[in-house]
Every structure is written in C-alpha cells, then in structure tokens.
Write a new protein. Structure first.
Length: 91
C-alpha cells in the first residue's frame, strides 16, 4: 500500500471509528433528562367494585375479582392470558 494512500485514508477511518464509538455510548446512556417525550404520571386506580369485573383463566377456570383498576395489564395463568369478564352485579 502506498504511503500517500494511507495518509489520505487515515482521517476518514479515524472519523468512522469515532462516530461508531459516540453512537454506541449514546445508545448505552438512555434518554437524556428533559427530553420531549416525558412519561405521563401513572393514573389513579379506579374503583370498579360495583361493576363486578373478573379475570378468568380459560384453561382451569381460576377467577380473580378486580376491585381497583389502574393500567390494565392482563396476567397469565396456565400459560394463557386471562379473559376479562363483567357479570351483572348481584343485588
């Protein structure tokens, strides 16, 4: 390889290595404080005791009664997602 070619290409190779290093460090750093897409505060749990909402496992029939509802994250039971069932409230 001619010496002049190495001298000409060295700054470009160094710049490419520098850019990859900076991009890697930025990806490991996470989101900077004060970024535009800030997370919303969690909503207050809503009381659903009167609505008679249940989470039912379709495999074994296990039921969980829901009394307060925040952000809905349906749990798994027997490896399958549970079904959300609303039954008429008993008087």
């Amino acid at each position: 390889m001619p010496k002049w070619l190495a001298i000409v290409t060295a700054p470009f190779v160094a710049f490419a290595i520098w850019r990859v290093g900076i991009a890697t460090l930025r990806s490991l750093g996470g989101r900077p404080p004060g970024s535009l897409d800030e997370e919303k505060p969690p909503a207050e749990p809503e009381d659903v005791e009167d609505l008679a909402v249940y989470l039912v496992c379709g495999e074994c029939g296990t039921e969980f009664r829901v009394s307060k509802l925040g952000e809905l994250q349906i749990p798994r039971h027997c490896g399958e997602k549970m079904l959300v069932v609303q039954r008429p409230a008993s008087a």
